[in-house]
Design a protein around this ligand. Structure first.
Ligand SMILES: C[S@@+](CC[C@H](N)C(=O)[O-])C[C@H]1O[C@@H](n2cnc3c(N)ncnc32)[C@H](O)[C@@H]1O
Length: 326
């Protein structure tokens, strides 16, 4: 009850209710919020701090920027929704805030589109080297186990393509990436197409900012070949997956297109099944399915691995007990 009261107290102020109404529609920096609310930066920052202290929103640093976003706690978000439902739809203050929010989104979309335009030709070139993307997408969707639901982590989310493809099957999906431009594109894409249960944040795949065992599933789509240490990435995925959780890894089979190193900074020219199998086995994951999409010159491979359903410590204990009782 104390926590609910603390949340209600934090919400019981007009600027903070306006802020929460905005956060239901996206993640924003302080300067964007200052523009939308028409209040001074110190004032907006003070309200943000109160909401953060009450656990209703959280800070998500991204390079030199800091985004604020709704808490990831479902109960708190439901409470916020319930309170905001009491405000009439045509409330003039909230409507004005939302009009300004649309202008912020429009500016973001324009910046994202400009970045995309500049880089699209490079990405198109890689696409011509392997099978149709739609075929890969179909295979990814069919390989993600039906039973996987709850939470999804998309590592190296880029423009958020995997979140759009798989996010709808999960209660909540989060994409992480280190590139500010990619995150801006993903944010614009997801907001435009109404993927309300999906969010993105800046994070390094070698040091994920998440608690152990906090996701039911993960996907790493065309990211491992950029890594100079895939084992560290897999170790992090295994750490944040729940026992019994699944990870889909999508990358190339071994190839000899050397130009990808120079032109596109690929560190690895593909992976073979045994390497992926060993990487998984070293981190408590077992390879449960593999699907190849042959192409010329690049073959795309999708590996599905599942984390052992029993926490390691229980298995070790039961192992030692059986030795004792033998
Ligand atoms: C080829 S893109 C793939 C994007 C997305 N998964 C897709 O398939 O549409 C690779 C992504 O990995 C991201 N990336 C590279 N190194 C990273 C790291 N250390 N941590 C997080 N993301 C990283 C890049 O910024 C880029 O967005």
């Amino acid at each position: 009850m104390e926590e609910t009261l603390r949340s209600l107290r934090a919400m019981a102020e007009s600027t903070r209710l306006r802020l929460l109404a905005l956060f239901l529609r996206g993640d924003f920096t302080v300067s964007e919020l200052v523009g939308m609310l028409g209040q001074s930066q110190p004032r907006v920052s003070r309200h943000l701090k109160i909401l953060c202290d009450a656990g209703l929103i959280e800070r998500a640093p991204e390079g030199s920027w800091v985004f604020y976003r709704l808490s990831q706690d479902r109960c708190r978000v439901e409470l916020i929704r319930q309170i905001l439902r009491q405000i009439p739809f045509d409330d003039s203050t909230i409507r004005r805030d939302i009009e300004r929010l649309e202008r912020v989104k429009e500016a973001r979309n324009q910046a994202a589109a400009e970045y995309f335009r500049k880089n699209a030709s490079q990405w198109d070139k890689i696409r011509t080297l392997h099978v149709d993307e739609q075929d890969v997408d179909n295979a990814v969707v069919s390989m993600m186990p039906e039973a996987a639901s709850g939470t999804l982590l998309d590592i190296g989310t880029g423009t958020g393509h995997m979140l759009k493809l798989l996010g709808g099957r999960f209660e909540r999906a989060e994409g992480v990436d280190l590139s500010h431009e990619m995150l801006a594109l993903a944010r614009a894409n997801l907001a435009d197409q109404g993927f309300d249960n999906c969010g993105v944040r800046s994070a390094d795949m070698y040091q994920l900012p998440h608690d152990p065992e906090s996701f039911d599933a993960a996907v790493i789509h065309q990211v491992l070949h950029f890594s100079d240490s895939p084992t560290l990435v897999i170790a992090e995925v295994a750490r944040v997956l729940r026992p019994g959780g699944h990870v889909l890894m999508v990358d190339f089979a071994p190839h000899d297109v050397e130009s990808l190193r120079e032109e596109f900074q690929h560190r690895r020219l593909g992976f073979d099944d045994s390497e992926i199998g060993q990487l998984c086995a070293a981190h408590d994951l077992s390879l449960t399915d593999t699907h190849r999409l042959p192409g010329d010159p690049l073959t795309v491979v999708i590996w599905l691995a599942t984390k052992s359903p029993m926490p390691r410590i229980d298995r070790d204990l039961s192992g030692s007990q059986s030795v004792l009782t033998a």
